[in-house]
Design a binder for this molecule. Structure first.
Ligand code: PLZ
Length: 420
């Protein structure tokens, strides 16, 4: 079998440079909380393929469901000849997402595609065009979602022109906004929206309840409810992008539940598919059904194999109570990071979506140390990811089924990497 080094050489002359990888180790197989590379080295997984394999990698129930489906039929296109599993995934989405109102759902292939469709639906239903997004936001890499995403490098640099009618408002970032309360931060954002866009022009207010790529930024309490109330009062659609936070990651089915939010539309992807590509938009029936027949879709959206995987993943989350598991993981990780040094400005996040923000003595971001700690983790066999607008956030996204021993082993590596 080829070694990672050999594969890496082949990659350099075959795969476009624009597609990066966090580590140069090539995967052979993976399970609940570990990946094993082709050189036989085991890695503890604190990445879950960016918050995807919440039920574990090659989770037995997902593997069985995929096997069964792949032998029955692989693809028909739901727009050509429909099948039950697509309907069943929509039913699960409707049951599990917050909001006690009549809902509908539609399925897509990726997070970015779900966000694009949520915006299409909001614009179509309201007859308005403006979309309000926030500082530090991440919503994808397609043309519209690049416009919605805040950070230039690496996502947007020289990829313009970007889609119009996208407006950016300040978010609540307690560590870096002088500790504004949620209400104050919301007032500040609403002021920008009202002065620069005008309430009656806003089709949608789109926000991640906890920002993902932007740095696991948890807004101050009251920020999200105030924005949702403003959207409602102004006839704008409130869209929660729960692509990273959804499906038990934060210790609740959806992070919106934490403050009792009932978003008009919710985008989901990542964890819902148990490792297969599937995404959804779920929300108020009157918005979802406003779009004419044939206005939404795509060749692969809700592919039967991905639907089978999603149903098995969601059932696994229920059976194993992975919300409780995420909360336990939070307790363990926080306990391991109590005696951290001054260079760590904050341990934040919720459930199994936790991060530390590293700063210099004056409080400025410290991306250099963040990269060094990350590299030491990788050298010691712990797969961690960084994030944040300033590249100074180290994030932890273990599979929710990770064993206690693996979690502790990973935290030991992390602590050593931080203290050297
Ligand atoms: N919305 C909140 O977190 C994907 C991106 C990694 P796709 N985040 C990981 C990278 O560098 O490309 C994400 C997200 C939120 C939307 C998306 C986009 O989801 O499935 O990657 O398109």
């Amino acid at each position: 079998m080829a070694t990672s080094e050999q594969l890496h050489k082949r990659r350099l002359s075959a795969v476009a440079k624009g597609v990066g990888s966090v580590v140069d180790a090539y995967v052979d197989h993976a399970a609940g909380g570990t990946l094993t590379d082709v050189d036989g080295r085991e890695w503890i997984d604190f990445a879950s393929g960016i918050a995807v394999t919440s039920v574990g990698n090659a989770a037995p129930a997902v593997v069985a469901a995929v096997r069964e489906q792949v032998e029955r039929f692989t693809h028909t296109c739901f727009m050509v000849a429909p099948y039950e599993s697509y309907v069943a995934v929509c039913e699960r989405l409707i049951e599990l997402t917050p909001g006690r109102f009549e809902k509908r759902a539609a399925l897509f292939n990726s997070g970015a595609e779900a966000v694009e469709n949520a915006v299409k639906i909001a614009r179509h239903a309201t007859g308005r065009q403006a979309v309000v997004v926030f500082d530090h936001a991440y919503h994808g890499r397609t043309n519209l979602t690049m416009a919605l995403t805040a950070k230039n490098m690496p996502y947007k640099h020289r990829f313009g022109p970007f889609a119009p009618e996208v407006y950016r408002a300040p978010v609540s970032y307690p560590l870096r906004d002088g500790g504004l309360t949620g209400a104050e931060a919301a007032r500040r954002a609403i002021d920008v929206i009202e002065k620069q866009v005008g309430g009656s022009n806003v089709a949608a207010v789109l926000i991640e309840p906890i920002q993902g790529e932007g740095g696991f930024v948890v807004p101050a309490k009251g920020f999200l409810p105030a924005l949702a109330a403003w959207a409602k009062a102004n006839g704008a659609v409130f869209i929660a992008d729960e692509i990273q936070t959804g499906f038990a990651r934060t210790g609740q089915w959806f992070a919106s539940e934490d403050e009792g939010l009932e978003p008009d539309l919710i985008t989901t992807a990542k964890g819902m598919g148990g490792g297969l590509p599937i995404a959804g938009v779920t929300g108020r029936a009157e918005l979802m059904d406003a779009v004419h027949a044939g206005g939404l879709g795509g060749t692969y959206g809700g592919n039967p194999i991905a639907c089978a995987a999603a149903l098995a993943a969601i059932e696994t989350m229920r059976m194993l109570d992975l919300n409780a598991a995420a909360r336990r993981i939070e307790t363990t990780i926080r306990a391991a990071l109590t005696d951290v040094d001054q260079g760590i400005a904050e341990v934040r996040g919720r459930g199994a979506m936790l991060a530390i923000e590293l700063v210099l003595p004056g409080g400025e971001p410290d991306p250099t140390r963040t990269a060094a700690v990350s590299r030491r983790c990788h050298e010691a066999g712990l797969l961690t990811l960084t994030c944040g607008t300033y590249g100074n956030v180290l994030r932890f996204l273990p599979p929710l089924v990770i064993g206690d021993a693996e979690l502790e082993r990973g935290l030991g590596i992390l602590r050593r990497a931080l203290h050297t």
